[in-house]
Ligand binder design. Structure first.
Ligand code: FPP
Length: 252
């Protein structure tokens, strides 16, 4: 797999770059960013929110329509309580501070993951953000919070089983119909999945949805991520040939 930091070939003159419709990001490296500066890990998460703001702006400017970011995994509960509380507080502060601006800019906000595990104030705040931006169509920001892909697939399977049991539907189901039971039911699959901080894992993020995504692993730590890194990622994406299991027109 090529990395974003590898030398990039320019897009040939006259050829229009393809902008991925949906970019997903595993925002990794906050802790290491902070530790390298002798700061508490939570400072890295705080700077991570600024990187998220920069990335949302840049993604919209570059023509990306859907951005999905991994903010808190079902496994992150294993972290010290103070760090968990900081991450919850940052989600709350982000929505409180940015909701009206995002709403005015036509951004639709979705939060995916287990709602049941969220404190009541945060659950109601994210529901309000989703409700108030439901009719926006300019840009789609999805925040995966208390999210794990296996958990999401299990919840989808249970919901399907309940529908079958109650006679609402037939058990024979297509991939598209099953995808409709996932938290991402009304989102297109990601075209490009980026993970920062030099780690080569997908860590239970969008396992079903990323079946045909291009993967890009870059060394930059998330708090340093910004417009230029996203632009580099799109250049890299343009060097990939997506075949979806078929052969290329040249037969390769
Ligand atoms: C991974 O870095 C990052 C997270 C677990 C949290 C990501 C959260 C943010 C970017 C800020 C919160 C934003 C919102 C909207 C809530 P890490 O802590 O695992 O870093 P490390 O691998 O260097 O330790």
């Amino acid at each position: 797999m090529s990395r974003a930091s590898a030398p990039l070939n320019p897009i040939p003159v006259g050829q229009q770059p393809v902008v991925p419709k949906h970019v997903a990001i595993i925002m990794d490296g906050n802790g290491r960013w902070a530790t390298a500066r002798h700061l508490p890990r939570t400072a890295g998460h705080e700077r991570g929110v600024e990187a998220l703001r920069r990335t949302v702006d840049a993604a919209g400017d570059l023509g990306i329509r859907y951005l999905t970011v991994f903010s808190f995994s079902t496994e992150n509960w294993r972290r010290p309580a103070a760090e968990v509380n900081t991450l919850f507080g940052l989600l709350k502060a982000y929505v409180q501070r940015d909701l009206s601006r995002l709403k005015d800019e036509g951004v639709r906000i979705r939060i995916i993951g287990q709602r049941a595990g969220l404190p009541a104030d945060i659950a109601s705040l994210v529901s309000k953000a989703e409700e108030e931006t439901r009719t926006n169509t300019e840009f789609n920001l999805t925040i995966a919070f208390n999210y794990g892909s296996r958990d999401e697939i299990l919840r989808a399977a249970s919901a399907l089983a309940r529908d079958v049991k109650s006679g609402l539907r037939d058990p024979d189901i297509t991939e598209n119909e099953f995808a409709g039971y996932l938290d991402t039911g009304d989102l297109p699959d990601p075209d490009l999945l980026i993970r920062t901080s030099g780690e080569f894992r997908i860590s239970n993020f969008l396992l079903w949805q990323a079946a045909y995504a291009e993967f890009l692993f870059c060394d930059v730590l998330w708090p340093d991520f910004g417009r230029s890194h996203l632009e580099d990622a799109l250049k890299c994406y343009n060097e990939r040939e997506r075949r979806y299991g078929a052969v290329s027109p040249g037969g390769g």
